[in-house]
Design a binder for this molecule. Structure first.
Ligand code: PHE
Length: 345
């Protein structure tokens, strides 16, 4: 039938054209072409009057079917274009705008160094123990073998709190070092063990190299056969891992109430390699930590058998290590949190 062929041609042409439509203007052209008064479909419909009476109903049916089919495709297309337009109008996205850059922060240098130190000791087999920032005189001083009249208990160094500790008949205080965690841990555990204890400590002091709050990492290893040689190996290993294999270590005799013998450990200056410069005050050495064999009085205070158990302890300041590592000459820069400073790490 000639009519059917005509309708198929219209359908094909419509489908080809509507496929390429991307905006409402082009769609409007299609509407006029296929559904307007002068459209081919209308022309064909007008021709129905020339068909025989028996053919007329079928011809009408075919034309209506095509019309409905094309209208449905047309409406779908229109809805699609409307949706896209709505998104753009509602600012859901504007494909012409360049992407927004988000400022990505970084870890505070003290956090970074703290994590690095902790990781080095974890790899050497040390566990982690923690204690409270608010301490009693007993854990911070007495149990650590500080004599009653020791200057470190003085008001000038220690922040004493208003809260009174009835058990000790003394005020509570902010711990001045992480060493009280040694006592707390030993009270709760039996040797052998090796632990570190990272945390904040407080001293009433402030200048280029002192801050009223700073961070320490304490170390403690107790067992039947733990010697000063083990302490030396662990600390030299730490220095090499932290600052490089070329760095030398030096152990100087020193004094702490809770260790005997006691040492202070220096490392060769990272700036001048030991030749002498401003950073090491021309000595070629930088002091980085205190250490020693745990004092028998301390072992007695936690009820250990001093004929069997012995061990070492060490303590280091994280800010000091960070200052050496990043060559920062004023400790206060770590706490002012000036974004221009922090951004550099
Ligand atoms: N607690 C000491 C300090 O704060 C450091 C230290 C810890 C020394 C353990 C010896 C052993 O200076």
């Amino acid at each position: 039938m000639e009519l059917k062929e005509k309708l198929d041609k219209i359908r094909q042409s419509f489908n080809e054209k509507i496929e390429k439509v991307e905006n409402l203007e082009d769609l409007e052209k299609i509407r006029i072409e296929f559904f307007g008064k002068k459209s081919e479909v209308i022309e064909v419909a007008k021709n129905i009057k020339n068909f025989s009476e028996s053919e007329k109903p079928l011809a009408g049916k075919y034309i209506n079917e095509l019309k409905n089919e094309l209208l449905e495709i047309f409406e779908n297309k229109k809805n699609n274009i409307d949706e896209n337009k709505k998104d753009i109008q509602n600012d859901l996205f504007d494909i012409s705008v360049s992407g927004k850059k988000f400022a990505i922060g970084n870890l505070h240098p003290i956090t970074k160094v703290m994590r690095e130190v902790v990781e080095i000791f974890e790899r050497l087999g040390f566990g982690i123990a923690e204690g409270p920032d608010i301490e009693s005189d007993y854990y911070n001083f007495t149990a650590l073998n500080f004599p009653e009249e020791h200057p470190a208990r003085d008001m000038q160094d220690t922040f004493f709190l208003d809260a009174f500790d009835k058990d000790n008949n003394k005020p509570f205080l902010l711990r001045t070092h992480t060493s009280p965690v040694q006592i707390r841990f030993m009270n709760e555990h039996s040797p052998p063990f090796q632990i570190i204890s990272p945390g904040s400590v407080y001293r009433c002091d402030s200048d280029v190299s002192h801050s009223p709050m700073f961070h320490q990492v304490e170390g403690l290893a107790i067992g039947e056969n733990i010697t000063f040689a083990n302490l030396k190996w662990v600390l030299i290993e730490f220095i090499h891992k932290m600052f490089g294999i070329d760095i030398k270590a030096r152990f100087r005799p020193s004094f702490f109430p809770f260790t005997e013998p006691s040492v202070e450990v220096d490392m060769s200056c990272v700036i001048c390699s030991g030749k002498g410069c401003r950073i090491c005050k021309n000595t070629g050495w930088l002091e980085i930590l205190g250490a020693g064999m745990v004092h028998t009085n301390v072992l007695n205070n936690v009820g250990y058998d001093i004929d069997k158990m012995q061990g070492f302890a060490f303590g280091m300041g994280i800010e000091r290590i960070a200052m050496i590592k990043y060559q920062v000459n004023d400790i206060r820069l770590f706490f002012e949190n000036d974004i221009r400073f922090l951004k550099q790490f």
